[in-house]
Each structure stands twice: as C-alpha cells, then as structure tokens.
Design a binder for this molecule. Structure first.
Ligand code: NAD
Length: 437
C-alpha cells in the first residue's frame, strides 16, 4: 500500500451552481431532492451506487465509492444557478416536461425556493433563444464581476463551505481558439474590449476560476478548454472537466465501437440519426449550434478506431450524424444507428441500434457525479484538466499533444484507479498471473 494523498474533509455545505436551469439542471436538482426524501434510489450515479474493487479478487473488498473517498453527502448539497428565464426550478421543471407532475408536487416547496439569478447572455451565441432575465454591463469584464458577486452572495446566504459550477446552458455557436484565449492577460484585455471571441459561457468559466471554483462544461461549446482558462485554473487551484455529457447515442457508440475494433472487424459506414423535441433540440436546429455538437459527436469514432493504425479496417468510413428537431417527442429522444461492418473475406454485415432514451434522465446523475468528483479533486489538491473524468464526456479534455481516450471501459478503469491512487491502494492492472503461481 502506498501513501494516501491528503484530502481535506468534506465538511459543511457544497453549493452546486448550474448555469442554465433547463431540462438537465432541473432533472438533476429534482432528482437529488427526491432521493434525499427517500422517494427514489440514485440510479445511474457512480458516486452513489458504484463500488470499487480493492486488492486481489480473493480479498472480497469492494466498498461503495462514497464510503471509500470523502465525497460531499447529498444532504449537504445546495443548488443554485442562472437562467435567462425567471421561472423557479419547479416551473422550469414543468416546462422541461421530463418528470411526472406527481413527483414534482412532492418536492414543490424546495424546487420553488430555487430561483435563477439573472444571466449573462448574448443572442449572438445562441440564436434560437431570448429571455428577460439578463444582466446589463458596460463590458464583458463588468458582467464577469457581476457573476463573481452572485457567487459570493450565494455562498454567504446559503452558508456554503465550497462551490462548484457546471455549465448546463444551451449549446452555443461553433467557435475556435483565437489570440484572445491565449493567456489570462490577453483574455482580460479581451473581456474589457467585449471581444466577440468570448461567448457567454466563457464569461461564467472565467468568473468561476477567478473565484477558485471548480468548473465543468456539460455542453460542447468552447469554454473551459482554452489556454487562458487552464492558466487561471492552475493559478487558483481549480479542477476543470468537460466537455459535452456522454449520454444517448454517443454513449452507445463508445460501447459498440471498441467491441467491433476488439474483434478487428472492419467498418465501412456509420449512420447516426436522432429525433429530439425539447428546447435543446430547438437550439440545435440552428446550423451554427449544431456544428458545435456535430464536431463533438463525430470525433469519437476516429479516436476509438484509430484509422492511421488500422487503414484496412477503418481507413475509409462514411460517418454521418444528424439531429432533427421533432417537438412531439419532447425530452424522449429516439436514435437510430446503422453500422455497415465487414468480416473474414470482406463479407458484409449490418448492425442496427434503435435507442429510445430519455436525455435528461441519463444526464442528471452525470452532472451530480461530476460536481461531487470535482469538489473531491479540489480538496485533494488537484487542479487543471481532470482526465480521469473523461468517462462522463463526449469530447474529453486532455493534455496538449495527447489524444483523448474515448473507450468507456478504459475511462472507467482510469477513474477507479485515480480513486485507488488517492487512497493509497494498489492500482489494478488486470494482469492476474499471481493467481496461477
Ligand atoms: N441531456 C443530455 O443528455 C445532454 C447531453 C450532452 C450535452 N447536453 C447539453 O447540456 C445543455 C443543457 O441541455 P438541456 O436539455 O437542459 O437544455 P435546455 O434547453 O432545456 O436548458 C438550457 C437552459 O440554458 C439556458 N441558458 C442558455 N444560455 C444561457 C446563459 N448564457 N446563461 C444562463 N442560462 C442560459 C436556457 O434558457 C435554458 O433554460 C445543452 O447545451 C445540451 O446540448 C445535454
């Protein structure tokens, strides 16, 4: 056994600040409140229901993750956030239409008490949205300072010991890195100048990291993943993670693609299409927001299948991803995948996957886990990119000059080994020869 890392206790309350109180956020909040009341179990949450094997298979040690590492307890979590609409969390959850009215009524007072703070928002970055609950400021720097004030007030009014921020706002238009993102100094000058290359989400990221608050991005837009933000995260001891929650079709893709590759079967084409009718679907109906999502969804296959290493099997794949806005489905997305594969002597086969999922039901436990793990990471003295949280994301943030790991089971192994490392337990390599000595 190695020396465990020093981890500060999870004492006091943890404030989880969610940017955007839409379907994902309200499903997360309502879920935690319901679980706290004993109305349900935390299904889908690794931090709450997952175990971690320690030592040899013969030792029979597999504690719950939440007993193994000092995570904030659900009883100590307080939620807050921002939205461009004034609806409280109860009204917003009703609009999102994910959860049954019966369930919402049982936690109504607690949900009604959560009212969104006014947002930093600019339609230039989310074209299909507009709302009244928006801050005014003389420039983007001023707006960031207002967010910092919001965080301090929230922390004080709710008696929080620590905060974590997760962007659960709408997907913004596709942006790429510019010189304004190159360093904190350049970024702050660009904030003063209200530079167009700083979208609203990045103003929240900056505010969080300036305040020493860990930050995660649940959406695919550029925010915590530019050099200026990483510099600030390192300076202020903030762990960051992102981006774009791995739910629905991409999650399925990262399950199936490694299986096909493990057997060295070829892939000729992968056609993925979705229908989705919630507000997220409406925002993604705008081609500029869709491009951000498309980039995030498409990169997965390339990294998993490694066409440069396996040109005969994956060198020429037609990979198409479509999302169609279809209001009757609401949050209940339906995805179809058609995968054209080939085997021994080039004989062709097809695989069809029809996934009738519930987007926010899959996303909520991930938001909770990411928030709790980021808080743990900060108490363990970890800052910057938390690659061990790749497990939760479609486009995992990774160190420069490194390719991201997309295989869900490698990601899970990495996550659990990180927890073992933090507690000074042996890492598990799955070699297992010692059982046969
Ligand atoms: N549900 C999933 O499975 C899933 C998976 C991956 C990524 N995501 C991403 O998570 C995000 C949230 O998804 P959702 O289904 O909750 O969408 P949603 O449309 O229901 O909620 C987004 C909320 O963000 C608010 N918002 C937008 N810009 C804002 C700003 N600048 N400040 C404050 N609030 C702002 C909107 O008013 C809206 O209420 C989306 O970007 C989506 O693409 C969701």
């Amino acid at each position: 056994m190695k020396k465990p890392q020093k981890i500060a206790d999870a004492k006091g309350k943890l404030g989880i600040l969610l940017v955007g109180m839409g379907a994902v956020s309200t499903t997360t909040i309502a879920g935690v409140l319901a679980i706290r009341k004993g109305l349900s179990k935390p299904i889908g949450s690794l931090t709450q229901m997952g175990t971690v094997r320690l030592g040899k298979r013969t030792e029979g040690r597999s504690p719950l993750i939440r007993d193994f590492v000092p995570l904030a307890s659900l009883d100590d979590v307080v939620f807050g956030g921002w939205d461009i609409f004034e609806d409280n969390a109860y009204e917003a959850a009703k609009t999102a239409g994910v959860l049954d009215k019966d369930l919402l009524e049982q936690i109504r007072p607690e949900l009604e008490a959560i009212k969104p703070m006014s947002a930093v928002f600019d339609r230039r970055y989310v074209k299909r949205l507009d709302g009244p609950n928006v801050k005014k400021g003389k420039n983007k720097k001023d707006l960031a300072e207002q967010l910092i004030e919001d965080m301090r007030r929230f922390k004080q009014e709710n008696g929080c010991d620590r905060l974590v921020m997760v962007w659960c706002g709408s997907t913004e238009v596709y942006l790429t890195e510019t010189p304004a993102h190159a360093s904190v100094a350049a970024f702050e000058a660009a904030l003063e100048a209200s530079d167009d290359s700083i979208p609203s989400s990045m103003i929240y990221t900056y505010a969080a990291l300036r305040e020493g608050v860990p930050y995660a991005n649940a959406a695919p837009n550029l925010s915590g993943d530019v050099p200026a933000m990483l510099e600030l995260a390192a300076k202020n001891g903030c762990p960051v993670a992102g981006k774009d929650l791995k739910t629905g079709q991409t999650w399925m893709k990262t399950l199936v693609a490694p299986g096909i590759k493990a057997r060295l079967l070829g892939v000729e084409g992968w056609y993925s299409t979705n229908i989705l009718g919630n507000r997220d679907g409406e925002v993604l109906d705008d081609p500029e927001s869709f491009k951000t999502k498309e980039e995030s969804k498409k990169s997965v296959l390339d990294y998993i299948l490694q066409p440069a290493l396996y040109p005969d099997l994956y060198g020429k794949i037609d990979h198409v991803v479509r999302i169609n806005y279809y209001p009757p489905r609401g949050d209940n997305k339906e995805g179809w995948d058609n995968i054209d594969i080939y085997g021994w002597l080039n004989y062709k086969m097809q695989l069809k996957i029809n996934f009738l999922c519930r987007d926010s039901i899959l996303a909520a436990p991930i938001v909770l886990d990411v928030a709790l793990f980021l808080d743990l990471a900060q108490r363990a003295g970890m800052s910057g990119i938390q690659e061990w949280l790749s497990f939760y994301f479609k486009s995992p943030q990774h160190a420069k000059d490194l390719y991201p790991e997309h295989d869900l089971f490698i990601q899970l192994m990495k996550l659990k080994n990180t927890l073992r490392y933090l507690r000074g337990e042996e890492l598990i390599t799955h070699l297992g020869l010692e059982y046969y000595d």
